[in-house]
Design a binder for this molecule. Structure first.
Ligand SMILES: C[S@@+](CC[C@H](N)C(=O)[O-])C[C@H]1O[C@@H](n2cnc3c(N)ncnc32)[C@H](O)[C@@H]1O
Length: 243
């Protein structure tokens, strides 16, 4: 079995996403949660921390089928450019897309230890790292050529996202695929999103502003996700002057 890399996440707090965030991270239209949202967040975190339940939820939401094609297309296009592409699947969760990547060129990272353990069990040939940023492995990132952020940006305060991407090499182009849920302000979507685990859901304008800050855009589209939500599918090149 490939060595499972484990480094202790550097931020304090829970084992969930954005552990260690501070109140001031709620900026640019990301509202500080009210009491109802805090309760729903607590409940969904308590339930969805278990990889098996997370995977069941994915199946109910018809994932990963819906997004798999976008990930597959990106992998094909990366391979067409460079067969030795080295990929980081940041926020890999239980390893939803791990099987699509060659084990030699893949590193899955997640801040949840149960998710990483589950992913490692399902994909013993692939490498995984338990971490909530890239700081600790910065010196090993020189040949990274692509980063996948599938369903992750809405878990991250802007400053953390910037600091993660700022660790990527400045010398070569790093391709980025980001697929993320956009915030619903009304209707059924807004009710369902009360239970969203990501604390930094953003509307399309704000999400695009952040994407523009971190990467130069190659393509962008908004894709309906069920009847309630929209997903933002963004391809770009990570900026070298990000901070
Ligand atoms: C919605 S899930 C997406 C999982 C997987 N990419 C997928 O599409 O099925 C978001 C994942 O991001 C992880 N995450 C949240 N904040 C993180 C951080 N700061 N560093 C690493 N992973 C993080 C969570 O633990 C969770 O597994």
């Amino acid at each position: 079995m490939t060595e499972q890399l484990l480094i202790k996440p550097t931020t304090s707090g829970t084992n969930q996403s954005n552990a260690g965030y501070v109140e001031s991270d709620y900026t640019y239209g990301v509202e500080s949660p009210n009491a109802l949202r805090k309760l729903c967040l607590f409940l969904s975190n308590a339930i969805l921390q278990f990889p098996q339940i997370f995977e069941l939820q994915q199946q109910i939401l018809n994932q990963p089928t819906l997004l798999r094609k976008e990930v597959e297309d990106e992998i094909a296009s990366l391979k067409a450019e460079n067969v030795n592409v080295r990929v980081i699947d940041y926020g890999c969760g239980s390893g939803t897309y791990t099987g699509l990547f060659s084990p030699d060129n893949y590193l899955g990272i997640d801040c949840s230890l149960p998710m990483i353990k589950h992913a490692q069990k399902q994909h013993p040939q692939h490498k995984f790292l338990h971490a909530d940023n890239l700081e600790g492995i910065k010196s090993n990132l020189e040949d990274v050529s692509a980063i996948f952020l599938v369903g992750v940006i809405h878990h991250l305060p802007e400053n953390l996202l910037i600091s993660i991407l700022d660790c990527l090499p400045k010398t070569n182009k790093v391709r980025m695929l980001s697929i993320d849920t956009l915030k619903c302000n009304s209707g059924l979507g807004a009710i369902v999103q009360l239970f969203e685990r990501g604390e930094f859901l953003r509307d399309e304008r704000d999400h695009k502003r952040i994407l523009d800050r971190i990467a130069s855009q190659l393509s962008y589209k908004k894709v309906p996700y069920g009847s309630c939500f929209d997903l933002a599918v963004f391809r770009g090149i990570v900026r070298t002057d990000i901070a």
